[in-house]
Design a binder for this molecule. Structure first.
Ligand code: FMN
Length: 281
């Protein structure tokens, strides 16, 4: 599939074919895509733990279930806990990853001169930084977001669907998975083959381009060119918006066929499990 079409087809999938296993190789491809994301100084602070539902303990799955009954929690065969490891920004390590960019000829022209510059001008700042602060800065979190986005697009390219989830359970899932104390869980991603049609009722509506983006100065909207819109429709990046006329019937049929709990809010909403739900959210 072409990249623009993958972007266009990506939409959160919330009802998975729980009976259809996901090939391990497809998850590996997602992780490889995450590993190749751009990130400041190539420090690579993104981390993840892959959870196969059929290999997980009941306690782990119970800790994943949100107090509200999201269908993705009930049906996804795979979950990925994505987390930030701020300690990747530990000073010496940061100097090393930037120096490696120079040594592998990815940055600078003259190796010796650039390494000297790194040591004299960048290293002092890197060595003084507090990884717990720098490693949790907006830039560091953005690096993780880029990695997760790349992995997500590969999932769709491989015919899978996914839904990212934040929420109060991330911390406790992280603890069950024994992630390091320093880890900052960012999102739990449900992954699987969609039980719903890939359209999932249409492309999720977004605010207009002009409302989100400016040109030259805040308040001067970046105006949308209809010819570009037409081109992106042709390339399938822009698709028919939700809801498609048959969406209601699809959802009702799926819920009936799969015996899903479709209530958004359960009576035990926000029940606190014994292992205190602490998270970054
Ligand atoms: C960090 C993050 C957390 C999210 N948390 C949830 C969640 O807890 N439950 C849920 O149903 N969807 C969640 N979503 C999915 C969003 O609701 C969804 O991306 C948004 O509605 C836009 O729809 P789209 O993904 O189809 O474009 C989350 C998405 C992100 C990126």
């Amino acid at each position: 599939m072409e990249l623009k079409e993958v972007i266009g087809r990506r939409r959160s999938i919330r009802i998975f074919a729980s009976w259809r296993p996901v090939e391990r190789e497809k998850i590996q491809k997602m992780l490889e895509a995450a590993r190749r994301a751009s990130c400041a100084g190539n420090v690579m602070n993104i981390r993840a733990v892959v959870i196969w539902r059929d290999q997980a303990t009941k306690e782990l799955i119970d800790s994943i279930k949100l107090p509200i009954s999201y269908q993705q929690m009930q049906t996804a065969p795979v979950f990925i806990l994505w987390y930030n490891e701020p300690m990747a920004y530990e000073g010496e390590r940061w100097v090393k990853t930037v120096s490696e960019l120079v040594e592998t000829r990815r940055m600078g022209v003259d190796i010796e001169q650039t390494i000297t510059e790194v040591k004299q001008k960048l290293a002092p700042g890197f060595l003084m930084n507090d990884p717990k602060v720098t490693g949790n800065s907006p830039g560091a979190i953005m690096d993780c977001g880029q990695a997760i986005a790349q992995a997500t697009l590969v999932a769709y390219d491989e015919g899978l669907g996914s839904c990212l989830m934040g929420g109060p359970v991330l911390g406790r899932v992280g603890r069950r998975l024994k992630v390091p104390e320093t880890a900052v869980p960012l999102a739990l991603q449900a992954v699987g083959y969609p039980a719903e049609s890939w359209e999932a009722g249409g492309q999720t509506a977004k605010p207009p381009l002009e409302e989100l983006f400016s040109e030259m100065e805040y308040g001067k909207p970046f105006t949308s060119d209809p010819a570009v819109v037409a081109e992106l429709e042709r390339d399938k990046l822009i698709q028919t918006p939700a809801p498609l006329p048959w969406r209601d019937a699809e959802l009702r049929a799926l819920a009936k066929a799969t015996d899903l709990d479709t209530r958004l809010w359960r009576d035990d909403a926000f029940e606190v499990l014994p292992d205190d739900p602490k998270s970054s959210w």
